[in-house]
Design a protein around this ligand. Structure first.
Ligand code: FES
Length: 576
């Protein structure tokens, strides 16, 4: 732990230490909860930012986690104050949680800045709850520690292990092929989600938990601990203690979130086979804290890193198995030669130093770097005349034989068009075609939903084919798989060339050479552009209007343009 101690005045004393009328108001109303004055006068006040919500089922256990954090804060001589923020549950919220990530981050940022906190503990779990909290906190830049809520325990169905999300896609395909009855499909629901916690695969939530650990924002080893394991609460308790110490050391977020920390997060993501959603979130976090990271960095820094973690959707196992195998510290130790060591995590040491004693207890789950699962496991960024600013593909979840492929485009103008025609027996499509979906990007949907892994037509699935090349400006669930090119930028809704693709156009993808080429002449593109019109979604008020007007493209992280950067923690005016 860092030895550096500061004697600076506590930020919270600007509230609770004040004399006169203002101080009285600040103290008096806090006392109505039964706190005696000595609890909060002169002690570090630790804000516990809680995303508990019954409509965010993955975070449904967070009241207990918050209590463990509080116990730690009290033990260390601090004063914990828990507060709610907008919580995004991936499975229930419509049209997509991503539409509200930036809104949630605003609620986090303003709640932190406006209140008498000296440090913050962020309770994160379901996919968007991690980036929205980290983005909001980064724009304030207080000492901040993250407690990821942990994955569900392994599901079991008909004698085999099943994973959240990933098996939803598999079961749906089996049901369409007539290999699974409706009754079995329904029974699988309860088998899949058998405990508290977030998705059990290396989907976006697990990816985000690994991301914050790799960035150095958590205590080491916390990401993989299942939600139902008592060690999760112990780590929450320890995080509460550490938050108090971080105030004394003035270990602010920007001291942890350096360029090296972002590089480490990109490399660790490649080694664990993490979700493509990480790209958007990491870009947005970097822009908030003021560190230069761009889309090409993910390919340059991450694509040569070996895939070590054998978890669904790229592999076989689940987060519970990953925890028993040793969790993220093992992965960090295995790829330590690649990692930046000039970083510090919230405990004052680098993630490499923190992982020095890690032991791999199961080389089937975490492959050694000398014998990786896949030699190059990272995300590839492809560019071409279909997406000048890039599109991304998770190579480890794709079919090797489709990584170099040329086929005729079958175009769906909107998600509704796709649903209406995909299973039409008359649809002219075979497995060599390239499925293209438009208007599912940040502005076009709006909110960039996870529909990029569009299900194959029933008539192709019935032939036993399970993968085809798919291209869109959408995202894909971290639990999904396939040869799916995502985040095409600029998106079709702003007139990116994707908007001009027509049925029958030839599209060539070449992942080894990082290319995607649309075989249409520049003259023909210019001609088609004359007739192009943006779709009008009819949103003329409220947050969605603001979102459509100000959201950045996906290669920039899809944040609202006026949220980039930070405003710090100063608030000079009183409220009374
Ligand atoms: Fe919440 Fe997957 S739905 S983590």
């Amino acid at each position: 732990m860092s030895e550096q101690k500061t004697t600076q005045k506590l930020r919270s004393q600007d509230w609770f230490g004040k004399e006169g009328k203002d101080g009285m108001i600040y103290r008096s109303w806090i006392k109505n909860q039964g706190y005696p004055a000595h609890q909060f006068k002169g002690k570090p006040v630790i804000g516990i930012c809680n995303t508990w919500s019954e409509v965010t089922p993955c975070n449904g256990h967070f009241r207990e986690i918050a209590q463990s954090v509080k116990n730690g804060v009290y033990e260390a001589g601090g004063f914990p104050l828990e507060f709610p923020v907008m919580s995004l549950g991936e499975t229930l919220i419509r049209p997509t949680a991503m539409l509200y990530r930036n809104l949630a981050s605003m609620s986090v940022e303003e709640s932190i800045r406006g209140n008498p906190f000296d440090a913050i503990v962020l309770l994160t779990g379901c996919d968007k709850t991690t980036p929205s909290l980290v983005m909001g906190a980064a724009s304030v830049d207080l000492p901040t520690i993250v407690v990821p809520g942990g994955p569900m325990l392994n599901g079991r169905f008909q004698g085999r292990t099943i994973g959240s999300g990933t098996d939803v896609w598999r079961f749906d395909e089996a049901r369409k092929r007539g290999e699974m009855t409706e009754a079995e499909f329904e029974e699988a629901e309860s088998c899949m989600s058998r405990s508290i916690g977030h998705c059990s695969t290396m989907g976006t939530a697990s990816t985000m938990a690994c991301m914050v650990e790799a960035l150095g924002l958590t205590l080491p080893g916390i990401a993989a601990i299942p939600a139902a394991d008592s060690r999760k609460k112990m780590m929450a308790h320890m995080s509460g203690i550490r938050a108090v110490e971080m105030v004394k050391e003035n270990l602010t977020m920007s001291k942890v979130l350096t360029r090296g920390a972002f590089e480490n997060a990109i490399m660790v993501n490649a080694a664990v086979g993490g979700s493509t959603n990480l790209i958007l979130h990491l870009l947005a976090i970097a822009a908030r804290i003021g560190v230069e990271v761009n889309l090409d960095d993910f390919d340059k820094i991450g694509s040569k890193i070996p895939l070590l973690v054998n978890l669904m959707p790229s592999g076989k196992y689940l987060m519970e198995d990953f925890f028993y195998a040793g969790g993220l510290p093992v992965v960090i130790k295995e790829i330590q030669n690649h990692l930046r060591k000039d970083t510090i995590s919230v405990n004052g040491k680098s993630i490499v130093d923190n992982s020095a004693d890690a032991k791999n207890w199961n080389e089937e789950v975490i492959f050694p770097s000398s014998k990786p699962m896949i030699d190059e496991g990272g995300i590839a960024v492809v560019k071409g005349n279909l997406c000048e600013n890039g599109a991304v593909i998770k190579v480890s979840a794709a079919s090797p034989h489709l990584l170099q492929h040329k086929g005729k485009a079958v175009v769906f103008e909107t998600i509704e068009d796709y649903h209406a025609r995909i299973d039409d027996p008359e649809l002219e499509i075979d497995e060599t075609c390239v499925m293209v979906m438009k208007n599912v990007g940040p502005k076009g949907y709006p909110g960039m939903p996870e529909v990029g892994n569009m299900a194959l037509p029933k008539k192709i699935l019935e032939k036993g084919i399970t993968d085809m090349v798919r291209i869109s400006d959408a995202r894909m669930s971290g639990t999904a798989y396939g040869t799916v090119f995502l985040h095409a930028s600029p998106e079709s809704a702003v007139g990116g060339n994707l908007a001009l693709v027509q049925n029958g156009d030839l599209i060539e993808v070449d992942v080894p050479n990082r290319k995607i080429h649309w075989h249409v002449s520049d003259e023909e593109i210019a001609e088609r552009r004359k007739n192009w019109q943006a779709i009008d979604l009819g949103y003329n008020r409220g947050y969605i209007k603001l979102y459509i007007e100000t959201v950045n493209q996906s290669h920039e992280g899809a944040d609202l343009n006026f949220l980039i950067g930070k405003s710090g923690s100063e608030v000079n005016r009183e409220s009374h």
